[in-house]
Design a protein. Structure first.
Length: 108
């Protein structure tokens, strides 16, 4: 089973929380296509994908660290600065992200 790529898109806030988005393969017409990721834009992406902003969440540094340590999350290559900006810009405009999470975008 292939896992979904999750990407941290903000620096930690004062409470060490970060915004994390989920990437999934584009399969259905109804999926939000506001942030498409082409194969090769990240080594993990091998087919046309989207950032699934409906699955965006805030995670603490400790949750991320422990997730990696326990094997629930797997560390992958960093994304490029260009891809990070593309995702951040789309996230700031997304209707699927709560105001609470958007308030963390002051770090962009």
């Amino acid at each position: 089973m292939k896992r979904h790529l999750r990407i941290v898109i903000t620096d930690p806030d004062n409470d060490q929380n970060q915004v994390v988005v989920s990437v999934t393969t584009l399969k259905y017409q109804y999926q939000d296509k506001s942030c498409l990721i082409q194969p090769g834009e990240h080594p993990f992406i091998d087919s046309l994908s989207i950032v699934d902003f409906k699955r965006t969440r805030i995670m603490s540094y400790l949750q991320i660290f422990n997730g990696i340590r326990q094997g629930l999350l797997i560390r992958k290559e960093d994304i490029s600065d260009e891809l990070l900006k593309k995702i951040q810009n789309a996230a700031a405009k997304s209707k699927y992200i709560s105001d609470e999470i958007k308030n963390m975008f002051i770090y962009f």
